[in-house]
Design a binder for this molecule. Sequence first.
Ligand SMILES: Cc1cc2nc3c(=O)[nH]c(=O)nc-3n(C[C@H](O)[C@H](O)[C@H](O)COP(=O)(O)OP(=O)(O)OC[C@H]3O[C@@H](n4cnc5c(N)ncnc54)[C@H](O)[C@@H]3O)c2cc1C
Length: 475
Amino acid sequence: MPLPELLHVDVAIVGTGQAAPSLAVALAGDGESVALIEGHQVGGTCVNNGCTPTKTLRKSARVAHMAGRAAEFGVQVGPVRVDFAAAMERMQTRVDSARSGLEDWLAAQPRLTLIRGWGRFEGGDAARGFRLQAGDRRIMAQRVYLNTGTRPVVPSIAGLDTVPFLDNVSLLQLRSLPRHLVILGGSYIGLEMGQIFRRLGSEVSIVETGPRITGREDADVSDAVHALLLEEGIAVHCGHPVDAVAPLANGAGVRVSVGGRQVDGSHLLVATGRQPNTERLDLGTVGVTVDGRGYVPTDGELRTNVTGIWALGDINKRGAFTHTSYHDHEIVLANHRLQRQGAGGKRRSADDRTMAYAMFTDPPLGRVGIGEGEARAMVAQGRRISMATHAMADVSRAKEESETTGLIKLLVDDATGRFLGAAIFGIQGDEIIQVISNFMATGASHQVLKDALPVHPTVAEFLPTVLGKLKPLAA
Ligand SMILES: Cc1cc2nc3c(=O)[nH]c(=O)nc-3n(C[C@H](O)[C@H](O)[C@H](O)COP(=O)(O)OP(=O)(O)OC[C@H]3O[C@@H](n4cnc5c(N)ncnc54)[C@H](O)[C@@H]3O)c2cc1C
């Protein structure tokens, strides 16, 4: 068979993750020819089986939860019944609309070619151009941006291969409510899904092999999240490795053996981590190095070890979020434009950003910067840091809303007055955390926030009050 004609472009972007579409459109708008390569669904994890569907479904779960609490607010609604299939359909409609909106946007761009197929390198370098292959197309590109994302890890657990199990993709394809969902993994995805399915009517058991759920968060934050899950009727098993997984004798479910205990359920969700989609890329043919887990190391400007190839999004391990991936595109775009214009000015770097994120339980956990554990370690090294905590139960707006779960924790550097980190677990914690992350981005002292005029009645108006409680932190 004759080889397909070579498509010459300035730029190839592999994967339509959360950096790629905006980068592709911007570069094409600047006059460059762009090949955007996608092996599966345009929009990647976030749009198709990550943020968009889970946050849409979370709303159905919240409505069900609040409907169940309606009488507390003086509203009689009668018995609450969840139509699971309808909730899933609402979620799917939102996903389809987000993906098709993205596809239409890309299709409308001159100089941008969307190629369907799994992209891989065939060789080349920055001087001669990089050769790639995707589907039935061959591409020659002067620069290449990789944005291929991650997929679920399948842990090595005895018997896991003998039972059907779900991941974040197949869970969202269910149209009948699981009677009892057992979840392996007590981190963000497991906890968000666990609470959503519990509120939609499933029994839920979460199995976390570490000593506590959300193991990366401070113990008091983790304990508060744990208490919330228990209050909602979710069983949480922590601190023991999973010995084995097996089908139930009646064939109607799974049994997870953990710490001498048996956790039986109708469905099993594995949410124990993610791994990078880099093997298919044949990175070795162009000399791009990966670490032991397949992630692609980059410098702050997201350049790989090979000139002319950048790695954006989850695969560079500089964040595992849509906002970090999107931010990556802004960094490479700004630096490329500076270079093209031969202009001076400060180049942007991912090293300069303050990591902020949220876990979208209800209420959510908003996080930025360091936590208390890291702060105490810094104090042990001689740094002077102050900390304040405040219970959401003592925030008027939370009381007015009857949503008093959680806490606010702020960490401040004594020498500069700057924020070093914050955790806001509670009503609107995902939004309010951005007050602190924006302060951290500007480098302004916490005193500015203390003296500023807040709006009443909001949760954020309490931040100055919390700052008034700052006390030096001991090692
Ligand atoms: C259940 C769940 C919920 C989440 N919720 C949130 C949230 O609320 N907020 C948040 O910030 N983050 C959330 N995330 C994380 C977020 O989805 C990712 O961090 C985000 O999508 C960034 O990924 P990315 O840009 O690296 O690539 P991805 O979005 O993973 O996309 C990569 C794309 O590349 C394609 N691809 C892979 N290899 C190739 C190849 N060789 N050739 C062509 N195409 C290829 C894939 O098919 C995919 O379309 C969630 C994740 C999950 C799983």
